[in-house]
Design a binder for this molecule. Structure first.
Ligand SMILES: [Zn+2]
Ligand SMILES: [Zn+2]
Length: 199
């Protein structure tokens, strides 16, 4: 992703060149991109579309999968030296971008790497409907249900569970709810009961 821009830096303002990129980065990302380089009064502005594939681990089922990613890039590259005078380019206050080295090579690698990292999902999923793993036996629920009993849960949490169910149905039923009886029954051991227990 190294492009020699010596000629373009000597060229007129507004000149533009297009490049097709098809290579693999040092980090192993396969990159296919179309970029346009435009000579501005102070820099080379790079814009383009980039496609790559990122190896991810599903945050629900832990499966490794390949995630296609499409990115837009827009980065400004400032020449280290003025092409005509050979003098170091004076620092411009809003110089927010990358530097074109003394060899006149505009290297897109770092910009591409940063753009990919910014777009990585913190919770990737192998597909939107991924059912994940059973949190009791670890069975992959995408392959069908496991044999864990559905109602198996730590009885100490039952008061909280009942409260949530009651809240779902609305508080008007609270006083007459038969669930209240269950709460009292299941909270016999006060020391183990969560504080939310209403009794
Ligand atoms: Zn998954
Ligand atoms: Zn299970």
């Amino acid at each position: 992703m190294r492009i020699n821009v010596a000629q373009q830096l000597k060229g007129f303002l507004g000149s533009s060149r297009s490049y097709t990129i098809d290579e693999i980065t040092e980090e192993g990302y396969p990159i296919k991109a179309q970029v346009k380089l435009v000579r501005t009064n102070r820099s080379i502005l790079v814009t383009g579309q980039l496609k790559t594939i990122v190896n991810s681990t599903c945050s629900r089922c832990l499966k490794e999968f390949e995630q296609p990613m499409e990115l837009k890039i827009e980065e400004e590259y400032f020449p280290a030296r003025d092409m005509l005078t050979g003098m170091p380019t004076p620092m411009i206050e809003d110089m927010d971008g990358f530097v074109i080295g003394e060899d006149h090579i505009l290297d897109l690698s770092e910009a591409v790497r940063q753009n990919i990292l910014l777009n990585l999902s913190t919770k990737p999923v192998c597909w939107p409907e991924c059912a994940g793993l059973c949190n009791r036996c670890g069975h992959n629920l995408n392959q069908g249900a496991c044999h864990c009993p559905e109602e198996s849960f730590d009885p100490r949490w039952s008061p909280l569970r009942e409260m949530l169910e009651i809240r779902k149905r609305g508080f008007e039923n609270y006083a007459t709810s038969t669930k209240k009886k269950n709460i009292k029954e299941s909270s016999g051991n006060k020391e183990q009961s969560p504080k939310l227990c209403p009794s």
